[in-house]
Design a protein around this ligand. Structure first.
Ligand SMILES: [Cu+2]
Length: 69
């Protein structure tokens, strides 16, 4: 299991939290995705042989958020 923290500066409210968590948690290989609004971080626990960092980032970007490299 890999745990990664992804910075998403545009996170600002419960709506952001709901849409990002809702996009990540259903992905195969994601055990848990949690958005922390004050720090604007997404913490994801996942199986790296089932889902890649790039797929996680793409799922966040598909919700309309910029993920700085
Ligand atoms: Cu928001």
């Amino acid at each position: 299991m890999t745990t990664e923290t992804i910075s998403v500066p545009e996170i600002h409210c419960d709506h952001c939290k709901t849409s990002i968590e809702g996009a990540l948690n259903p992905l195969e290989g994601v055990a848990q995705a949690t958005v922390d609004i004050p720090s604007r971080h997404v913490t994801v626990m996942y199986e790296s042989d089932l889902v890649s960092h790039e797929q996680l980032v793409r799922a966040i970007e598909d919700q309309g958020y910029d993920v700085p490299a």
